[in-house]
Design a protein around this ligand. Structure first.
Ligand SMILES: Cc1cc2nc3c(=O)[nH]c(=O)nc-3n(C[C@H](O)[C@H](O)[C@H](O)COP(=O)(O)OP(=O)(O)OC[C@H]3O[C@@H](n4cnc5c(N)ncnc54)[C@H](O)[C@@H]3O)c2cc1C
Length: 381
């Protein structure tokens, strides 16, 4: 087993960290308060090719492998304090992965250059008001009318939804078959008749990330906008969840590393009872736990990414990684607030924002409870 990164990967990570510190230095507190998407920062990230790194050069991508993409997300999670922006970037890349895997050549040529350049913002819409964990019990319906499909339904919590130019929408095409070939996937573009993008939903964290409801009212979908074959939606969903759970945690590991470093610094500086608080075992144990979680998280995350690069399935590894790292992120942020005492509870020290952001990680892309279910199924239970 080789646990090392190449010199190029190490240099790239350093370069991304430097870029994020110098160029993504907007007034995050203000954006956080207003729930505003940092469009300028998005454009800068696109110019750096963060949105297109794993896609072929002929579509405007960087031609990198998946582990390298994960490393870039990791560097962004570390050096960019805006987890909302990093999540928006990951969503764009995920949509690109779906197009790369299941799109026709025409669709790749039409959409992938826009994924890479960031000129268009992409979203994927699965969740509905009445179906989240039980995603495939969705009720949105795409009905064939001879010329194409008519899409009816409502999607909920969709990342990038309120600002998206293109949405990959999952809907039922054959209610008799449902999950076994009854769900399909199509492209809906901003401005399509009957397509309404609602205002962003206010959230406790990830406030710069724009999540919203999407409504489709007899929205006409040309036949060429179907992704993959009719009935392949369930398979696309499963594949895409595996990809998402393989690389989103890489960003969380970056955040955990930053929060750990901040907490170590504080534990050395802050004095209590005549010594630095880091000398108290109940404080240093928390820091040691943070380090342990970070190092263990890296092993499963890089393993999942490597399996994907080798063209292998990583259903179990990505589920374990998603569950372990998101729960560790939440606990790490909670411990960091505790170590900072009253100051940790203030907005000035910024750790409270990391904590608010971290809670979502155990919900999106399949809740922690759902990951336990997936792992249990692998155990034959
Ligand atoms: C920040 C954010 C971004 C998101 N982005 C997107 C997006 O881009 N696209 C998209 O389609 N969706 C998105 N979602 C939606 C997300 O995928 C769902 O919120 C998530 O799958 C949970 O669904 P739910 O909210 O309906 O909760 P529910 O499914 O109603 O679950 C409620 C609770 O019951 C538990 N539960 C449910 N079923 C089981 C079970 N079988 N066993 C054990 N426990 C169970 C859950 O774990 C949870 O604790 C996003 C959500 C958030 C918060």
């Amino acid at each position: 087993m080789d646990f090392s990164f190449t010199d190029e990967q190490v240099d790239l990570r350093e370069m991304v960290i430097k870029f994020a510190r110098n160029e993504l230095d907007y007034d995050l507190a203000e954006y956080d308060k207003n729930g505003e998407f940092p469009l300028e920062a998005w454009r800068k990230c696109a110019e750096m090719q963060f949105l297109g790194l794993p896609f072929d050069e002929e579509y405007g991508g960087g031609g990198s492998d998946f582990l390298t993409m994960s490393l870039v997300l990791n560097a962004l999670g570390y050096a960019c304090k805006d987890a909302g922006l990093v999540h928006a970037i990951a969503t764009q890349v995920l949509c690109g992965m779906q197009i790369r895997m299941f799109g026709s050549e025409e669709q790749k040529q039409k959409y992938l250059p826009d994924v890479c350049s960031g000129k268009k913002i992409f979203a994927q819409a699965i969740t509905e008001p009445d179906s989240g964990s039980d995603a495939l019990s969705m009720r949105s319906r795409a009905t064939w009318n001879g010329d194409g499909y008519l899409l009816n339904g409502t999607k909920m919590f969709i990342t990038n939804g309120p600002i998206a130019d293109v949405v990959i929408v999952f809907a039922v095409t054959d209610p008799d078959k449902k999950t076994l070939g009854g769900i399909s996937c199509c492209f809906v573009e901003k401005g399509f008749a009957g397509f309404q993008q609602c205002n962003p939903i206010k959230k406790m964290g990830l406030t710069t990330l724009q999540n919203g409801e999407l409504v489709f009212d007899a929205c006409p979908i040309p036949p060429g906008n179907l992704m993959g074959k009719e009935g392949q939606g369930g398979m696309i969903f499963n594949e895409s969840m595996e990809w998402e759970r393989s690389f989103l945690p890489a960003a969380h590991l970056g955040t955990m590393e930053r929060v750990l470093e901040t907490s170590i610094r504080y534990a050395k500086e802050r004095k209590s009872f005549g010594q630095s608080i880091g000398k108290f075992q109940s404080v240093s144990n928390k820091l040691a736990e943070m380090k342990m979680r970070l190092e263990l998280g890296k092993l499963i995350c890089w393993k999942a990414a490597t399996l994907k690069d080798q063209g292998k399935r990583a259903t179990l590894e990505s589920s374990i990684g998603k569950l372990f790292i998101s729960e560790c992120l939440k606990q790490t942020c909670l411990d960091a607030v505790q170590i900072h005492g009253g100051y940790g509870y203030t907005t000035e020290y910024e750790i409270e924002r990391d904590l608010r952001d971290s809670v979502a990680a155990t919900i999106y892309s399949g809740t922690s409870e759902l990951q336990y279910n997936i792992i249990s199924r692998w155990l034959g239970l």
